[in-house]
Design a protein around this ligand. Structure first.
Ligand code: COA
Length: 208
């Protein structure tokens, strides 16, 4: 089970000094609530594995947009985005918003019951991160791989200059830390906070 919004605010927003709004959509969203443009997009996805998670994502984002801006149009939101971010995993979508517009970028990542294969490490970890992982007890690798994957996905999404970049272009200063700083090879600096329990992880990152 995922933590509630109050927990997410306290664990991910407050450590970064931000009053963030979260929304979790975990039921099949209703196609009737989609705008015309969204209905077209949904029809193109219908019967694909992505259809349900895409709908859940729209539902999670839309209700946050309504709460913060009093409007339901999310068609115009593009990513990376300075106020909104979205992640889907399993049958759940998690959206986050920063209401004041004080950030350059925000990113969230949710991993539910995820396992990252050790062979994937060299594709998303930097040299420094791989060396740190090697120094850890082997029985903790799968935990660290999932945790760092989740943090780096959030960091990547928070980087306003992420187009054409990969996770490996982003490095955590201290891979052991649940909360800390990360840098992109292009110079942007991100801050993050994260929470992990068993094979579920949530990470939030911002670029100021
Ligand atoms: C974009 C990316 C971060 C999405 O992550 P994901 O785990 O596949 O999917 P999530 O459900 O967590 O997030 C998807 C949402 O991220 C958002 N998103 C997409 N591209 C984005 C970007 N460039 N920046 C910020 N947010 C982005 C969208 O809202 C998307 O949902 P939507 O399509 O329903 O609108 C990921 O696919 C990616 O490109 N990573 C970088 C490339 C890389 O290094 N891959 C690993 C190689 S080992």
């Amino acid at each position: 089970m995922l933590p509630d919004m109050g927990f997410l605010k306290a664990t991910l927003g407050e450590p970064l000094g931000l009053d963030l709004h979260f929304n979790i959509a975990d039921e099949q969203a209703c196609a009737a609530t989609l705008s015309l443009a969204e209905q077209k997009r949904y029809q193109a996805l219908e019967n694909t594995a992505r259809a349900k998670s895409w709908l859940l994502g729209r539902a999670a984002l839309k209700s946050l947009r309504t709460r913060l801006d009093g409007r339901t149009d999310i068609d115009a939101l593009s990513f990376p985005n300075a106020r909104f971010s979205l992640s889907h995993s399993a049958d759940v979508a998690l959206a986050v918003a920063e209401p004041s517009g004080c950030l350059e970028g925000i990113g969230v990542d949710l991993e539910v019951d995820t396992r990252i294969q050790p062979a994937a490490a060299r594709f998303f970890l930097t040299e420094h991160e791989q060396q740190w992982l090697q120094s850890q007890a082997a029985e903790r690798w799968s935990h660290h791989l999932l945790r760092i994957w989740c943090i780096k996905e959030a960091v990547f999404k928070a980087n306003p200059g992420n187009i054409g970049r990969t996770l490996a272009d982003h490095e955590l200063d201290r891979p052991a830390d649940a909360r800390g700083e990360a840098r992109a090879s292009t110079g942007q600096k991100m801050e993050y906070a994260s929470w992990c329990e068993s094979r579920t992880c949530i990470a939030l990152a911002v670029c100021r």
